[in-house]
Design a protein around this ligand. Structure first.
Ligand code: ADP
Ligand code: ZN
Ligand code: MG
Length: 492
């Protein structure tokens, strides 16, 4: 990224960045948080609205039970303690996309607190990033500034998003580098996707991130003044915005200035942040308990039920798969990139004679070819069933690994599954014992010295005879039968 002024490394090294992230995720419920309107992206503007989500006078909110389930599952998956009793609050502010004039949120008693996500730290070891809180709230509508004939003079409003259930997840200021921030977000998204509580689609806005960042001299007892960078729409941009902002703040401090507490926006085209507004304080929002909603009670029984609904989470799954299939950490990451893919792999692997071989083929023969073609795993012409078949054929010595590679080449070239290619190109195998015996006899007759060595006890030399016959048959002799017959002949 463009540095502000290309600060010298020894100047950068004097400072320590401090980062905390606030993530909003839309929960994947069928209806909105407090009314029956559909919670769906992409509907024609203002078609999924009702008196409740428009905030018409007298309309009363009813809490969506599914939203509570998903928020609770997310809380547990993120290692949070779930409060038995949490309180909804009104966060008051004016904005055209917020017709009610307030957002229903949670304030001092959020549904969950004290969680963490583990990330790989700069020194390689694992590091826990604390999660201060996870609270439930509703989304606002959308202002449409572009795309209309009169966009130069008008802004339109689409209120479909009003009342969409959100979980806001606030981290502790535990993050120290833009890379750690990137890892934290990646791990969080993975956990939420595995838990199936959100689709985490950043393009559609179902996952949004605000990044808070300050710098201080290393060893300083207090944090510096933070700046909040809002609505950065990809994890890579979050990293870039943090890199930019850290340098900007250091440069400002070095030149005798002071960092102002403010909200800034990221400009991806220019690779820089710029001032949006000075930051409001919590008391500006006049939070007060939402009078139209009861306290939210989460019983231990409900909590247990939600815990049971959670799948094996990515980190635990990787650890298990590393042991079970003897994988490297990197390979385990590849195989668990999505829960669906990991499920498909493991379901297939279970059907194979040797599950580890399925993992190996997938990683060595399939991913490389897919990368070369620029395809994703789920676009592979060779299906999981095809990989299992290939693994079993190898395991039973019915094909050599060289033949397997050739069959995979053809499959990827033609876009065919392995079974199709195998049926057509099935490598010929000589399984006629008398034909093989004849060839062994020839080799024996031509190599008396090796026969002698064998009979003197050097039984490993049998491999020499097997190799000779394989060469004569261009690798087509059935290996199991050949081995058996060579031993028999040499003994005889
Ligand atoms: P605010 O009252 O401005 O909303 P919070 O204390 O609620 O601030 O924190 C919001 C986010 O900013 C959290 O993720 C927190 O970890 C982070 N944060 C707080 N103080 C700092 C700081 N000095 N530098 C960087 N991040 C910070
Ligand atoms: Zn509604
Ligand atoms: Mg705050």
């Amino acid at each position: 990224m463009p540095a502000v002024a290309g600060l010298a490394p020894e100047i950068l090294a004097k400072y320590e960045p401090v980062i905390g992230l606030e993530v909003h995720v839309q929960l994947l419920t069928a209806s909105k948080a407090f009314c029956g309107c559909a919670n769906r992206f992409g509907a024609p503007p203002n078609t999924n609205v009702c008196p409740v989500c428009l905030g018409l006078p007298g309309a009363l909110p009813v809490l969506n039970a599914k939203a509570v389930e998903y928020a609770t599952m997310a809380s547990l998956a993120l290692n949070c303690q779930v409060r038995e009793r949490s309180i909804f609050a009104r966060k008051n502010y004016f904005y055209p996309d917020l017709p009610k004039g307030y957002q229903i949120s949670q304030f001092d008693k959020p549904i969950a607190e004290h969680g963490w996500i583990e990330v790989p730290a700069a020194n390689g070891g694992p590091k826990r990033i604390g999660i201060t809180r996870l609270h439930m709230e509703e989304d606002a509508g959308k202002s449409l500034h572009d795309g209309f004939a009169d966009s130069a003079t008008r802004t339109y409003l689409d209120l479909n998003r009003c009342g969409t259930p959100l979980a806001e997840i606030v981290s502790e200021p535990d993050i120290r580098t833009p890379d750690e921030a990137f890892e934290y977000l990646t791990r969080m998204k993975e956990i939420l996707l595995y838990s199936e509580v959100s689709d985490c689609n950043m393009e559609e806005g179902s996952l949004r991130c605000d990044a808070n960042v300050s710098v201080r001299l290393k060893g300083a007892p207090k944090f510096g003044t933070k700046v909040e960078v809002k609505n950065v729409n990809s994890f890579k941009f979050v990293r870039a915005a943090l890199e930019y902002e850290i340098e900007r703040q250091i440069e400002l401090t070095e030149s005798g200035g002071t960092v102002k507490q403010e909200t800034r926006l990221w400009d991806a085209n220019e690779g820089r942040t710029y001032t949006m507004r000075s930051k409001e304080q919590a008391h500006d929002y006049r939070y007060f308990p939402e009078p139209d909603l009861q306290p939210l009670i989460v019983t231990p029984e409900f909590l247990e039920e939600m815990r049971k609904k959670l799948p094996e989470l990515p980190e635990a799954r990787r650890a298990r798969m590393i042991a079970e299939y003897e994988l490297s950490a990197k390979d385990a990451h590849t195989l668990t990139a999505s829960r669906e893919f990991a499920d498909r792999f493991e379901e297939a692997a279970k059907k194979a004679r040797n599950p580890r071989r399925v993992a190996n083929l997938l990683l060595s023969e399939v991913t490389g070819r897919l990368n070369a073609l620029g395809l994703e795993l789920d676009q592979s012409p060779v299906t999981m069933a095809g990989i299992v078949q290939a693994a079993d054929l190898l395991d039973e010595d019915k094909i050599s690994s060289k033949q397997l590679k050739q069959l995979f080449d053809i499959a990827f070239e033609n876009g065919e599954d392995f079974s199709v290619v195998y049926e057509r190109e099935k490598p010929q195998q000589i399984t006629d014992a008398s034909a093989i015996e004849k060839l062994i006899d020839e080799v024996i007759a031509a190599n008396p010295k090796q026969v002698e060595q064998y009979r003197a006890g050097k039984t490993s030399i049998a491999g020499f005879f097997v190799g000779q016959v394989m060469r004569m048959t261009k690798g087509q002799a059935n290996p199991a039968l050949l081995n058996e017959l060579v031993a028999k002949k040499l003994e005889g």
